[in-house]
Design a protein around this ligand. Structure first.
Ligand SMILES: [Zn+2]
Length: 75
């Protein structure tokens, strides 16, 4: 398994409406250290459930915004 490096794009959001999404952006949960794509092919959430994306409604749900950050793969 290759280890990817990520760089932080943003954090400390106050509303999910402010959180960007793009093909190369990922959401990093600081609680369980899970990383999920911001534009998933299916419903996806991190292991602890803090960050969840409901693809059918293009809805991002974050239980604790202070414990997530947006990252992208650094090249
Ligand atoms: Zn989590």
């Amino acid at each position: 398994m290759t280890k990817q490096k990520f760089e932080i794009v943003g954090g400390n959001y106050t509303s999910t409406a402010d959180i960007p999404k793009d093909d190369d952006l990922f959401y990093h949960c600081l609680d369980c250290d899970g990383i999920i794509p911001s534009v998933p092919n299916d419903n996806v959430g991190c292991d602890c459930g803090n960050v969840f994306i409901d693809k059918d409604y293009w809805r991002l749900v974050v239980a604790d915004l202070s414990k997530m950050e947006v990252v992208k793969v650094s090249v």
